[in-house]
Design a protein around this ligand. Structure first.
Ligand code: ZN
Length: 245
C-alpha cells in the first residue's frame, strides 16, 4: 500500500501521524506532501507572527520550519514534496495587505482571495494522488484555514479521478495535533491502531520553534501528545474513513 500523507504545514504530518510513519514506510512506501511551506511576501509587516494555532510566540520563519521538517522526516525513509505555497498568515492581497490580519483565529473561513486555491491545489495533487493507493488528509474540523483548503483540494483531486478508474484510491482522515476537534459527524467510520509513541515523540520534538511557541518546552508537549494518544499504556493513532454512500 503506497500512501500519500498531505500536511498543510511543516509539522502537521509528524505531529499528527508520527507514530505510524515507520509502519507505513514498511508497508509499501510513504510520500509526505507539505503544502504551505513557502516564503510568501516579505515587504512590510512582521514575518511569521502567527502560529499554526494562532497562539504562542515561537519563531515561524518559513525557512526554519522547512529545516525542522526536513530534519524530523529524515528519521524515516519517506519521500518528501514541498509545494511552496505561503501559509495563511503570510498571504497578502494585491495591495499588499494581509489576508488574515491579526492572530490567525481557528475556524476562520477562507478569505475570498483564496477562493481559487482549492482548484489550483487539486491540480498539483492529482498526479501525486494517481501514484498512490491511499491518501491521508486532515480532518480539518475546527482547525486552521489552511487545513480546510488542503482537505477541500484533496477531495477535489480524488473526485477528479472519477469512478471509472479501475484502481481505487482510498481517503483516510487524520485528526490534527494539537487541535482537539469533536468527532466527525455521522457517515464516518473510526479506526484506532497501535502506534509507536517513542518514534512519534522523537520526531515531533524536532520542531523546536513550534514546540517552544505553543508549549514552551518539551515536557508539556510530551504530556499533551501522550494524552492525545493514550501513551504510555497503549499509544493509538485514530483516523476516519467515509462510509460508502
Ligand atoms: Zn497546520
Amino acid at each position: 500500500m503506497r500512501r500519500l500523507l498531505l500536511a498543510p504545514h511543516p509539522d502537521d504530518a509528524v505531529w499528527s501521524c508520527g507514530g505510524m510513519l515507520r509502519q507505513w514506510c514498511r508497508e509499501g512506501g510513504l510520500t509526505v506532501v507539505t503544502v504551505f511551506d513557502g516564503d510568501g511576501h516579505e515587504e512590510g509587516g512582521p514575518r511569521g507572527g502567527d502560529r499554526d494555532t494562532g497562539g504562542g510566540g515561537g519563531d515561524g520563519v518559513p525557512a526554519r520550519r522547512r529545516a525542522e521538517d526536513a530534519a524530523a522526516l529524515a528519521h524515516w525513509p519517506v519521500r518528501t514534496v514541498g509545494l511552496g505555497l505561503p501559509e495563511a498568515a503570510l498571504r497578502r492581497d494585491r495591495a499588499g495587505r494581509s489576508l488574515y490580519a491579526g492572530p490567525l483565529a481557528l475556524r476562520r473561513a477562507p478569505h475570498p482571495a483564496d477562493a481559487g486555491l482549492p482548484v489550483l491545489l487539486a491540480g498539483l495533487l492529482e498526479p501525486l494522488v494517481e501514484d498512490h493507493d491511499e491518501v491521508l488528509l486532515p480532518l480539518a474540523v475546527r482547525t486552521h484555514t489552511d487545513h480546510l483548503l488542503v482537505r477541500e483540494a484533496a477531495e477535489l483531486a480524488l473526485a477528479a479521478r472519477g469512478d471509472s478508474v479501475p484502481r481505487p484510491v482510498r481517503a483516510r482522515y487524520y485528526r490534527e495535533f494539537p487541535y482537539a476537534p469533536p468527532p466527525p459527524p455521522g457517515g464516518y467510520r473510526e479506526r484506532a491502531e497501535p502506534a509507536d509513541f517513542s518514534d512519534w515523540l522523537r520526531g515531533a520534538l524536532m520542531y523546536e520553534s513550534q514546540v517552544r511557541g505553543m508549549f514552551r518546552d518539551a515536557r508539556p508537549f510530551a504530556r499533551a501528545l501522550a494524552r492525545r494518544t493514550g501513551a504510555p499504556r497503549r499509544c493509538t493513532w485514530t483516523s476516519w474513513e467515509r462510509d460508502a454512500a
